[in-house]
Structures are given as C-alpha cells and as structure tokens.
Design a protein. Structure first.
Length: 384
C-alpha cells in the first residue's frame, strides 16, 4: 500500500516527521513524499533540503509559490499548485494521501486528490482559528477527507458535527507533542553555539504570522509588538519568520530591519524541529500568534503570550496569556510572565492536547480502516 505524505513548509514537516518515520518502517507499506510550497522557495530557506538531510526520498516536488503575498498572488499560487498536483498524483497513484492542517497549499492538493478518487487522511481537523482564512480552509479539507485525526475530544465532536461518520474520526492528540517526548533536546550551551547567540537574563522566542481576516492590518499589529519589545530590559529575542500567507513578506521585512538595528535580537527563516523546540524550552516565553505557543509550549513548561485573535477558539492551557494587540497590553503580559507567582504554578502547564504517541495511534487507525471502500461519502446526521 502506497501512503503519500504531503508537506508545504518547515513547521508542517517537523510535525509530520514522526509519522513519516513510522510509515517508512511498515513492512507492507511504501512511503511517498510530495513536497511543495515554501519548501521549494529560496526566500523561505529551501527547506526541502532538510527532508533530504533526514535521508528521506522526495518522490515529487511541485513548484507553486509566486513571489507575492497579495490575495491575488495566493490564489494564483493555488492554481499553479493544482496544475502541478494533477501531474504528481497521476504518477504517484497513492492508496492514501496524508494532509495536515489548514494551509492553502493543502486545500489545492485535497481538491485535486478528490478528483483522482484518492482517499485523504486529515490531521488537526475540527479546530477553530477565527481571525484567519485558515479556519475555513481547515473545515473545507475536512469535507474532502475520509479519515480524520483530531487533537482533542471537542475537535472530534466538531468534525462529526460537520457530517463525518464517527467511525472515521479518531481523537489522537496533537502530533507535534511526539517530538517533545521523543527527541533529545539540545542543552542551553549547545543552543547558543548552534545559533551563535548569547542569552541574557530574560529570553523570548517571537513568532508572528499574518492575521488574514482581521480588520487591523498585520503590519500594524506587528509594529505594536516591536514597540513593546523595545521597552524590555535585559532581554534577548529570537525571531522566526512568518509563513507564506498574505502580508507574510511585509512582516519578514520588518523583522530584518528591526534585527539589524537591535543587537539583542536574532532572526532565522528556519530553525528545524530540534533547534526550535530546544529554544522554546529555554525561553522565558514564546510571544506572538503561532499555534506552537498553544500546542507545544505547555508541554515544555514554557509560558505563552498569545497576541490578538489569530488563535481565538483553540483549546488552551492556563499557561497561555491572551492579550490584545496594543503595545501597552503586550508589555503588561511581559510583566505577568516575569512574576514568580506565575511561573511556579505547575498546574498552568497541563496540556489539553495529550501526551504524545500520536503517530503510532494514527498508524493503527489506518490499518484498521477500510478507507479505500469509503471514497463515496455519506453525510452523517447528528439526529440519527
């Protein structure tokens, strides 16, 4: 049986890697890797090379990203992707396609796969992120998919509410936690050496992505964050750059300018899973609007300053501080993080997304599923 795993960016690959490894280890399965999106872009670090360094064979590369982050550019990239996916899927002919999350690249791929009558396994469905078009994309992929692997029981219920048969919906937890419990993370000294940085009294990891459905421009929100960072004393900041969404390039330009003017900052297009999680472990907080602050950070005992509404609707540990987008509100959140009363309350870090071992659960569910005979789906009514 041929299992094709698709990935379009650095973060997504990091989450999928434990599953990719286990699929490759299955004796009666053949792993296929379809790589697209930011992986193939010099601007985003040509991160497909990390996949090759991990000694995986990339079966198909589909170029699709235009050098534009306007709405028109994103939609045209999706169109290019569908053209490339048509050729790739015709050659690969997988028995099952594995897709994670809510990216526009994956919506284009799922749309192509359904025409080829290829069953889709979708990871992280049922979640809510109200301030981004990712929210609609995620639900659309759910309706195109045949197996569903959710990260909480509430999300499992939501996928069923969308009309999916409960027999095809599995609550397995968040796959990103597998790396936390399985990888040997770097020490603080090793981290400083690899990144060529020097930690100060307080240290923060900054990841801010475009807020694609917000009334306030992402550029304005990010400028408020930078203004709050300027006011922090004895602090070092490590920026990881924004993804390839609308206005992502504007944020990355602002990061480059800010880092060039402030010696207590560093920025990276891509860190890779090991370095990213190690950094997250030793930082006093992750700041921004990334799902990493919601899903992975609590399991590492790291507080989160979650800015704005990009992650609104997601289940959160008590270690996540939600705050507005003004510089004043963000500065208040920095002060809360520094308080000893806050960091010593261990119950704050109870993670609603489980304790790992997700890849193994997905493998077992695939083995037990008759997905190839369920390409024709019936809408499941809750009032049955």
């Amino acid at each position: 049986m041929k299992i094709c795993v698709a990935t379009g960016n650095r973060a997504e690959y990091g989450l999928l890697k434990p599953l990719v490894i286990k699929i490759q280890q299955e004796k009666n399965w053949t792993l296929q890797l379809l790589v697209t999106g930011a992986h193939l872009s010099p601007e985003f670090g040509l991160t497909y090379k990390q996949i090759e360094e991990d000694e995986f064979v990339i079966n198909e590369k589909v170029e699709m990203l235009l050098s534009s982050d306007t709405d028109e550019g994103i939609v045209k990239s999706m169109g290019l992707g569908m053209i490339g996916f048509a050729d790739a899927l015709k050659r690969l002919k997988p028995n099952l396609l594995v897709i994670l999350g809510d990216r526009f690249e994956m919506l284009a791929l799922a749309s192509a796969a359904i025409i080829f009558k290829i069953p889709i396994a979708h990871i992280h469905g049922g979640e809510i992120t109200e301030a981004a078009y990712d929210d609609s994309i995620r639900h659309a992929i759910t309706k195109l998919s045949h197996l569903h692997f959710t990260s909480t029981e509430d999300y499992q219920k939501r996928v069923i509410q969308l009309g999916e048969n409960p027999e095809t919906v599995f609550n397995v937890g968040a796959i990103g936690l597998d790396n936390i419990f399985e990888l040997q993370l770097l020490s603080k000294v090793e981290l400083e050496q690899k990144l060529k940085i020097h930690f100060l009294k307080y240290n923060y990891q900054i990841t801010f992505h475009p807020v694609t459905l917000a009334n306030e421009a992402s550029e304005n929100q990010f400028r408020q964050l930078l203004n709050s960072i300027k006011k922090q004393q004895d602090s070092f900041f490590v920026f990881t750059k924004a993804n390839a969404d609308s206005d992502g390039r504007i944020i990355n330009q602002m990061i480059d300018e800010f880092v060039s003017e402030n010696s207590n900052c560093a920025s990276f297009s891509s860190l890779g899973t090991l370095i990213f999680l190690s950094l997250l472990k030793f930082c006093d907080a992750i700041v921004g609007n990334s799902s990493s602050g919601i899903i992975e950070a609590p399991s590492l005992g790291t507080p989160t300053i979650n800015i704005g509404n990009r992650q609104k609707g997601r289940a959160k540990a008590k270690s996540v501080i939600d705050c507005g987008t003004s510089s004043e509100e963000i500065c208040k959140s920095f002060e809360i993080i520094k308080s000893r009363d806050y960091i010593t309350l261990e119950d704050k870090f109870k993670n609603p997304y489980g304790k790992g071992n997700v890849a193994s659960k997905i493998i077992e569910a695939i083995k037990a599923s008759d997905f190839e005979n369920k390409i024709v789906k019936k809408f499941y009514n809750l009032n049955k």
